[in-house]
Design a protein around this ligand. Structure first.
Ligand SMILES: [Cu+2]
Length: 443
C-alpha cells in the first residue's frame, strides 16, 4: 500500500466502529430506534434526554467507519495509480484490480456525503443545531439526499469486487481469454460514474417532483448498460470454452444467474409507477437480497475456494465444496424468490406478522432459510479439515495466469524477491506467452 500507516489507522478504526455499534445497544439512553436509515425527525428526537443514547453512539460509529473508508479509498487509489509493477500498464491490470479501483473511487467521492450527514445529525441530536429540523428552518429531506448519495453507490462498492472475481474466475475454468477485456475494464469505471447520478430512485415516494423522478428513472435504467456489457462478456468468455465445473466455477455461475435475475427485477424497480406500487413491500427486500446476498455471497465463496490453495497451501475437498454450492444455491433461491410474489401482493416489510393469505410463500422462504443455514456446515467442515489435512497445493493448481500463481502456496512474506516485469496481457489463455519477463510459459 502507498501509505502503510494510513492503512493501519483505517484498519483499526473498523473494530472501533464495530464496538461502538454494539455498545449502542447497552447505554443509559436506550438503543438507537431510527432503523439503519436513521432518517430525521425520528433519529433526532432523543426521548430520554440522556446525552449518552444509542442513536448518538450509532451515528458516531457511522462517522468513524466513514472516515476509515475514505482513508482506505485514498490509499487504494494512490497505490493502483502510482505503484504498479514495471510493465503493468493500466490495460494489463487484472480486472479484479480495475473493479477495486472503481469501487474505491466511489468511496472517495460518495462517502464524504454520508459522513457529513451523520456528523450533522450528531450535532442536531446533541448540541441543538437544526440542519434537519423544519421548526427552525432546517430540512429533513436534506438528510435523505446525503444518505442516498452515498448509500446507493455503496451497493456497487460491495458488488464491483464481486464482478472482478467473476472476471478472474470465468477465463481460468473456461480456458479462454476474457472476452472484451478493455470494455469490461472501462465498464467498471462507467458503473462508478453512473452510480453518482441515480440516488433519487430511493426517494420516489419522498415528495420528489415528477420531472426529477423521470430524470432519475432514466439514469437508473442506464446502469444496465455497463452491467449488461459485463454479463455478455462473461457469457462470451464461457461460450465454447473447455469448461471445468469445479466449486469456484459453480459458485461463479450461480452468482451470475442470481445477478441476471436481480438485474431484471432492478429494471422493474427503477420504473417510477412500479416502484411506487411496491414501495415498502417485500418485492424490494427480494430484489436487494438477490443482488447483495445471492450475487455477493456466491462470488465470495467462489473466491474463497479459488484462492484457498494459494492462501493455505492445501487443496480443499471438491465433494464437500459441491455439496455446499448446491445447498447454498437452492437455499438462497427458495429463501428470496418468494419475497417477489409476496411483495407484489402487498406484504409490507418491517412488520412482525402477516395475513394468512401470505402463508404459502412465507413457508417456502422459511424452508429455504433453513437449507441456506445448513449449507454453511459442509463449508466450515471443508475449510477446517482441508486446512489441517488436505493434499499439499502446488503453486498453480488451476493452471491460472496471474502474478499470484507464480509464487509458492502459501506465498512467501515478501511475495517476490525481485520485482517482476510484466510483459503480456492478464488473460492470455491459449496464447503461449509468458506473463512475466524471464519466466517460463505459465499456462
Ligand atoms: Cu439504489
Amino acid at each position: 500500500m502507498a501509505f502503510p500507516r494510513l492503512n493501519a489507522a483505517a484498519f483499526w478504526m473498523v473494530p472501533v466502529a464495530g464496538l461502538l455499534l454494539m455498545v449502542s445497544f447497552f447505554v443509559p439512553g436506550g438503543p438507537a430506534q431510527a432503523g439503519w436509515w436513521s432518517y430525521p425527525p425520528v433519529s433526532t428526537q432523543n426521548p430520554t434526554g440522556n446525552l449518552i443514547n444509542g442513536e448518538f453512539i450509532w451515528l458516531l460509529a457511522v462517522a468513524v467507519s466513514g472516515v476509515s473508508s475514505i482513508m482506505g479509498g485514498v490509499n487504494f487509489v494512490t497505490t493502483i495509480v502510482k505503484m504498479r509493477a514495471p510493465g503493468m500498464t493500466f490495460f494489463r491490470m487484472p480486472l479484479f484490480v480495475w473493479a477495486v479501483f472503481s469501487a474505491q473511487i466511489i468511496q472517495l467521492f460518495g462517502l464524504p456525503a454520508l459522513t457529513a450527514g451523520a456528523i450533522m445529525l450528531l450535532f442536531d441530536l446533541s448540541v441543538g443545531t437544526a440542519f434537519f429540523n423544519p421548526d427552525k428552518g432546517g430540512n429533513p429531506i436534506l438528510f435523505q439526499h446525503l444518505f442516498w448519495f452515498y448509500s446507493h453507490p455503496a451497493v456497487y462498492v460491495i458488488i464491483l469486487p464481486i464482478f472482478g472475481i467473476f472476471s478472474e474466475i470465468f477465463p481460468v475454468y473456461s480456458r479462454k481469454p476474457l472476452f472484451g477485456y478493455k470494455v469490461v475494464a472501462i465498464s467498471s469505471l462507467m458503473i462508478a460514474a453512473v452510480s453518482a447520478l441515480v440516488w433519487i430512485h430511493h426517494m420516489y415516494a419522498s415528495g420528489t417532483p415528477n420531472w426529477m423522478r423521470m430524470v432519475f428513472m432514466v439514469s437508473t435504467m442506464f446502469v444496465s448498460v455497463p452491467t449488461g456489457i459485463k454479463v455478455f462478456a462473461w457469457l462470451a468468455t464461457i461460450w465454447g470454452g473447455k469448461i471445468r465445473l469445479n466449486t469456484p466455477m459453480l459458485f461463479a455461475l450461480g452468482g451470475l444467474i442470481m445477478f441476471v435475475f436481480a438485474g431484471v427485477v432492478g429494471i422493474m424497480l427503477s420504473s417510477v409507477p412500479i416502484d411506487i406500487h411496491v414501495n415498502n413491500t417485500y418485492f424490494v427486500v427480494g430484489h436487494f437480497h438477490y443482488v447483495l446476498y445471492g450475487t455477493v455471497t456466491m462470488g465470495l465463496f467462489a473466491a474463497i475456494y479459488h484462492w484457498f490453495p494459494k492462501m493455505t497451501g492445501r487443496m480443499y475437498y471438491e465433494g464437500l465444496g459441491k455439496l455446499h454450492f448446491w445447498l447454498a444455491f437452492i437455499g438462497t433461491n427458495l429463501n428470496f424468490f418468494p419475497m417477489h410474489p409476496l411483495g407484489l401482493h402487498g406484504m409490507l416489510r418491517r412488520v412482525a406478522s402477516y395475513d394468512p393469505e401470505y402463508t404459502f410463500w412465507n413457508v417456502i422462504a422459511s424452508i429455504g432459510g433453513f437449507i441456506l443455514g445448513m449449507s454453511t456446515l459442509p463449508f466450515i467442515l471443508n475449510m477446517i479439515s482441508s486446512w489441517i489435512n488436505g493434499d499439499k497445493a502446488p503453486d498453480n493448481p488451476w493452471r491460472a495466469i496471474g502474478l499470484e500463481w507464480l509464487v509458492s502456496s502459501p506465498p512467501p512474506v515478501e511475495n517476490f524477491e525481485e520485482i517482476p516485469v510484466v510483459v503480456s496481457p492478464p488473460y492470455g489463455y491459449g496464447m503461449n506467452e509468458p506473463l512475466v519477463a524471464g519466466a517460463a510459459h505459465q499456462e
